[in-house]
Ligand binder design. Structure first.
Ligand code: ADP
Ligand code: MG
Length: 291
């Protein structure tokens, strides 16, 4: 019997650190000995850059625009430690659905039995933030990915995007859609950022998979066109990414989250707003005391 391929989708607001986290996760999983494909689904098409010394690769959609018949191997490029890199790509600016690339690329790979032929252990889809367009929901909706993880900081807009994603997951959860593995808390810096994320996951009945600190090592590595796993394998930050990878490799049970309603989310946010103000004014001392 063919082995089961673990298919994971990483979602989150634009600029929150999806590609950085995903690439480090792919790199760490591959160093663990797993055969990994990273599938960039953001029309920005820069998901796999740090796996390939900062270089862009031709996207599936661009290649399809040049010629009508595309063989899968023409759009798969080798990256760090043998990781297979793919960028779905986006439509020409101002034309068509931005999710088109995902639908097209996934179809192409399915028809050509790419995942089976490459003997993959893990496929990671790096997908744009909110589930605004059907195309972006494809990895969830079609049950292509089995587990979804969301990258979020403690900023309200990132949490808002995560909560929207939870709504999308909940919607398709009874129809064979992907379920939620948890939240990857990124850019943890201030003492209260962890408390905010902890409270959010509690409210929405999910969990934090890993707390990833904001780190200059990530910036340095990115400027060299590399993941932290490649550029600074002995750093503390690389250790955090390896810990994340071990948890995700071992992860089996995902769940349906309980997103907050619009008013609930607003109230939740203003409660934290009041608390942070009181903290700044020295009216509350220890963290969590006023909540
Ligand atoms: P996304 O894919 O969500 O749009 P990126 O992964 O491209 O976001 O990250 C946006 C920027 O934030 C990049 O410059 C990246 O280096 C930086 N970044 C992400 N995570 C961290 C972190 N933990 N520490 C420092 N910088 C980070
Ligand atoms: Mg990205």
């Amino acid at each position: 019997m063919a082995k089961k391929i673990k298919q994971i989708a990483i979602y989150g607001k634009g600029g929150i650190g999806k590609s950085t986290t995903t690439s480090n996760l792919s790199a760490a999983l591959s160093v663990m000995g797993l055969k990994v494909m990273q599938f960039g689904c953001d029309p920005k098409s820069d998901s796999t850059n740090t796996l390939r010394d900062g270089k862009y690769i031709p996207t599936v959609l661009d290649t399809l625009r040049e010629k009508s018949v595309v063989k899968a191997h023409e759009v798969i490029f080798e990256g760090f430690n043998g990781i297979y890199c793919v960028e779905a790509g986006g439509p020409a600016p101002g034309v068509g659905c931005a999710g088109r690339g995902i639908i097209t690329a996934v179809e192409l790979f399915k028809q050509q039995r790419v995942f089976e032929d490459l003997d993959l252990d893990v496929v990671i889809y790096d997908v744009l933030g909110d589930v605004v367009c059907g195309g972006f929901a494809v990895p969830i909706r079609e049950g292509i990915a089995e587990h979804v993880f969301t990258v979020s900081s403690s900023d309200f807009m990132a949490i808002y995007a995560a909560n929207n994603l939870f709504k999308g997951i909940q919607k398709y959860s009874n129809a064979g859609g992907a379920l939620l593995g948890g939240v990857i808390a990124n850019s943890m810096g201030t003492p209260y950022s962890k408390d905010i994320i902890d409270d959010f996951v509690e409210q929405t009945q999910t969990q934090v998979v890993e707390y990833v600190p904001r780190s200059i090592t990530v910036t340095q590595s990115e400027l060299q066109g590399k993941t932290t796993i490649e550029a600074a394998p002995d750093s503390a930050q690389a250790g955090v990414y390896r810990s994340l990878a071990a948890k995700i490799a071992a992860h089996t049970e995902s769940k349906t989250p309980k997103p907050l309603g619009v008013t609930e989310l607003r109230e939740w946010a203003s409660k934290w707003g009041d608390y942070l103000l009181a903290l700044e004014q020295g009216k509350v001392g220890s963290l969590g005391a006023a909540i």
